[in-house]
Design a protein around this ligand. Sequence first.
Ligand code: FES
Length: 159
Amino acid sequence: MKEETKIVNSQLDGILERYSGHAMELIPILQQIQGVLGYLPEAAMQRVARFLKIPESSVFGVATFYEQFRFTPMGRKKITVCRGTACHVRGAQQLIETVEKTLGIEEGETTEDQEYTLETAACIGCCALAPCVMINDEVEAKLTPKKLKGFIERKGDEK
Ligand code: FES
């Protein structure tokens, strides 16, 4: 067994031992797994299905229904493009496309080197400075595609 799989399994042991195995515990278990691992690996969902004695398709169905769950690991840097109304009318879509082209990922995905994740948000609270993007916890305001590309390339240098 790969070392990484062993670590995930031991973390799952620690989580599942707190539950009785009732199907109603599905969502809290998934939330806790995501809280610990940062996402829901397929093997973890299969194991939850066995633990709760419900079909894997039910676990996948519930997990994909709720937006809070993610199925790929989060990158070290999270780029959140605001797609709220103010940002939308000032070019949020072009910013999303800039990130997609620069990093070769789509919304909700992480680059292969686990460096970046692209997400969007409904509003990040600085509409007067639209369009806005958050890179980790820092808000970058009044962005153009060119400026955003520059930010990504510079942040990429800060390893
Ligand atoms: S709409 Fe983008 S910050 Fe509010």
